[in-house]
Design a binder for this molecule. Structure first.
Ligand code: FAD
Length: 494
C-alpha cells in the first residue's frame, strides 16, 4: 500500500474548503482494496494510531482535516462497475468510495440512466456523499443521497468488513441493532431516542427513526462509525429533456410569491430544483457575468424535466407564472438544451466557487450556515438572516435551496472583531432556527467546525446517545475522532 509522509508532501490532506487551519498528520495511507483499508483499522490499536478518512477535500466543515491522526485516503479505491437494469424504472451501479461524483453521473448517463443526487461540487468522491448524505438543488424533487443507496460495504473501526443491504439489519421495537462480527464479536446498541426535525432536508447527527435500517445509520455518520468503501447505488431513467430558467425579480414579495407557486405546483409547473440568489449574491457574481440585469432584488433558478413533445408547454407554463408574479420575463435567461442548461447550472456553481476564491485572498474566514427550516418557513428564514446581518452591518450573501427552505447565509467578515461578532450571531441564529423546528445542517454535515452547536440541537443527552452508538462500534476511538461528536463527550463523566 502506498503511503506518504512529510508535511509538504501531504499538505493537501491537511485542508478542505472550510479554511480550518493547523491540521497535521504523521502520514497518509492509500488503500487499494477493501481488505487493505480494513487491515489499517484492525491494527490501529496495536500500531498506536487513530485515523481520519479523506475524500477529495471539498467538504466545508473540516471533517477530513486530521489533528494528529494518520489519514486513510480513498483516492485509489475508485472503480465504477457496470449499470445493471432491474426494470424500466430502476437500475443499479456498484461504485467504490473514491470514484468522483461526476464520473458516476457520466457512467449512468452513458447507459441512458440518471443518478439524481447532485451536490453543486462534482469533484467530490461518491463515498463522501454517502458518508455525508450529500444533496443539491435537485433534492427538491429527488431527496438526498440516502434515497439512492441500496447497499454499502463498510470497514468498521475494529477492522471488520460489513456488507449491508437494505432490509438485512433493522432496529427492533426497542430500537436495538445486534451484529455478530468476526473481529469485534457480538455488538449491540440502541438508536438515539431523539426526534428528527420536520424539515425536508436534514444531515446533522446520526439518523434515527423507529424501525430504521442499519444502512441509514451509516449514511450521514460522517465516517465516525465506519469507512464507506463501496456502495450499490440506485439509478432512475434519464429525463428526455430538461429546461432551466433564471428568473430575475425587482422586489422580494414577487420573488417569494413565485417560490410559493412553483413549490405548490398549482401553476402547472413541476420543478426539480428551486434555487435562490439574493441581491448581494448576484453582485458577487457580476464580475463573472457582467451582462446580468441591473437593479434586481434577487433571482430564482428553476429546472424542470420534460419531453420533446411537452417542452414548449412546459416553458409557457413557467413564463405564465413569471408574469403572474411580476417577474420581467424579457430579462429571463432560459435554456432548453443540454449546453444551455449546463451554462445556467454553472452560474449556480460559480457562486460558492467565487466566495471561496475571495476568501482565499482574505485573512478572515467566512461564517456560513447550512440550516433548513420546515418548508413553509423559507421566507421567515430568509428574513431572519437578512435582518440580523443588516442590523450588524455585515457583508453577506444568502443563496441556495429555497425549495427545501434551506438557505446558505455566508457572512464575510472584514476583520477579527467582525468575525467574533459574526460567530456570536451564528450562535443566536442556530437557536432561532432550532426554535422554528429547523436543523443545524441540511447537507454539509457537522464535521469539526459545527460539533459544538450540535449540543444546542440535541442537548447533552442526545449527544450521549450518539456516543453510545459510536463506542459500541468504535470502543477504542480510532476513527474520525473530533468529527460530529464534540470530543469532550468522550471523556468519562465525573
Ligand atoms: C463549491 C462547493 C459546492 C458544494 N455544494 C454542495 C451541495 O450542493 N450539496 C452538498 O451536500 N454539499 C456540497 N458541498 C460540500 C461537499 O462537496 C460535500 O460535503 C462532499 O460530500 C464532500 O466530498 P469530498 O470527497 O470532498 O469529502 P471530504 O471533504 O474529503 O470529506 C468530507 C467528510 O467525509 C468523510 N469521508 C470521506 N470519505 C469517506 C468515506 N469513504 N467513508 C467515511 N467517511 C468519509 C471525511 O472524513 C470528512 O468527514 C460543496 C462544496 C463546495 C466546495
Amino acid at each position: 500500500m502506498i503511503s506518504k509522509e512529510g508535511t509538504a508532501t501531504i499538505q493537501e490532506f491537511l485542508e478542505d474548503t472550510s479554511n480550518l487551519k493547523s491540521g497535521w498528520s504523521p502520514g497518509v495511507f492509500f488503500p487499494e482494496n477493501c481488505d487493505e483499508a480494513a487491515a489499517l483499522l484492525r491494527d490501529a490499536v496495536a500500531d498506536g494510531r487513530r485515523y481520519t478518512v479523506a475524500g477529495n477535500g471539498t467538504g466545508t466543515t473540516g471533517g477530513r482535516i486530521p489533528f494528529g491522526d494518520h489519514v486513510i485516503a480513498m483516492h485509489r479505491l475508485n472503480r465504477i462497475g457496470e449499470v445493471e437494469p432491474i426494470d424500466n424504472e430502476h437500475a443499479t451501479l456498484r461504485v467504490q468510495a473514491g470514484a468522483l461524483l461526476q464520473d458516476v453521473q457520466s457512467k449512468a448517463a452513458a447507459a441512458g440512466w440518471f443518478y439524481p443526487p447532485d451536490p453543486t461540487e462534482k469533484t467530490c468522491f461518491i463515498g463522501s456523499t454517502v458518508a455525508n448524505n450529500s444533496s443539491g438543488s435537485r433534492s427538491f424533487r429527488y431527496g438526498a443521497t440516502r434515497r439512492y443507496v441500496r447497499a454499502i460495504r463498510v470497514a468498521l473501526p475494529q477492522g471488520d468488513l460489513l456488507e449491508v443491504a437494505r432490509g438485512e439489519y433493522v432496529a427492533d421495537e426497542a430500537g436495538r441493532f445486534a451484529l455478530d462480527l468476526p473481529i469485534a464479536g457480538a455488538v449491540s446498541f440502541r438508536r438515539p431516542d431523539y426526534g428528527m426535525p420536520a424539515t425536508s432536508k436534514h444531515n446533522a447527527g446520526y439518523w434515527s427513526a423507529p424501525g430504521m435500517d442499519l444502512v441509514d445509520l451509516f449514511i450521514g455518520s460522517e465516517g465516525t462509525l465506519g469507512i464507506v468503501l463501496e456502495a450499490e447505488l440506485e439509478l432512475r431513467p434519464a429525463p428526455e429533456r430538461v429546461i432551466a430558467c433564471l428568473v430575475w425579480f425587482m422586489n422580494e414579495d414577487e420573488l417569494f410569491a413565485f417560490v410559493d407557486q412553483a413549490r405548490s405546483g398549482a401553476a402547472g409547473v413541476t420543478p426539480r430544483a428551486i434555487e435562490l440568489f439574493d441581491r448581494r449574491a448576484l453582485d458577487f457574481l457580476r464580475h463573472v457575468y457582467p451582462d446580468m440585469p441591473l437593479n434586481t432584488k434577487g433571482a430564482i433558478y428553476v429546472e424542470e424535466e420534460t419531453t420533446a413533445a411537452k417542452e414548449e408547454g412546459c416553458l409557457e407554463a413557467w413564463m405564465t407564472l413569471m408574469e403572474a408574479c411580476g417577474a420581467p420575463t424579457e430579462l429571463t435567461w432560459a435554456a432548453i438544451d443540454d449546453a444551455g442548461v449546463s451554462k445556467l447550472r454553472e452560474f449556480r456553481h460559480q457562486l460558492p466557487v467565487q466566495v471561496n476564491e475571495w476568501l482565499r485572498r482574505q485573512s478572515e474566514t467566512k461564517i456560513s450556515t447550512d440550516m433548513a427550516v420546515p418548508d413553509d418557513k423559507a421566507r421567515q428564514l430568509y428574513e431572519l438572516y437578512r435582518d440580523a446581518c443588516d442590523a450588524e452591518g455585515f457583508t453577506y450573501i444568502i443563496f441556495g435551496h429555497v425549495g427545501n427552505a434551506h438557505l446558505h447565509l455566508n457572512i464575510l467578515p472584514r476583520d477579527r472583531s467582525e468575525f467574533d461578532r459574526a460567530k456570536n450571531l451564528y450562535r443566536k441564529l442556530v437557536s432561532e432556527v432550532l426554535a422554528m423546528g429547523g436543523t443545524l445542517s441540511a447537507e454539509h454535515g457537522i464535521g469539526k467546525l459545527k460539533s459544538e452547536y450540535l449540543v444546542q440541537m440535541y442537548g447533552p443527552e442526545g449527544i450521549r446517545e450518539m456516543v453510545q452508538v459510536k463506542k459500541a462500534l468504535d470502543p477504542y476511538l480510532v476513527l474520525n475522532i473530533g468529527n460530529l461528536i464534540p470530543s469532550s463527550f468522550y471523556q468519562p463523566e465525573t
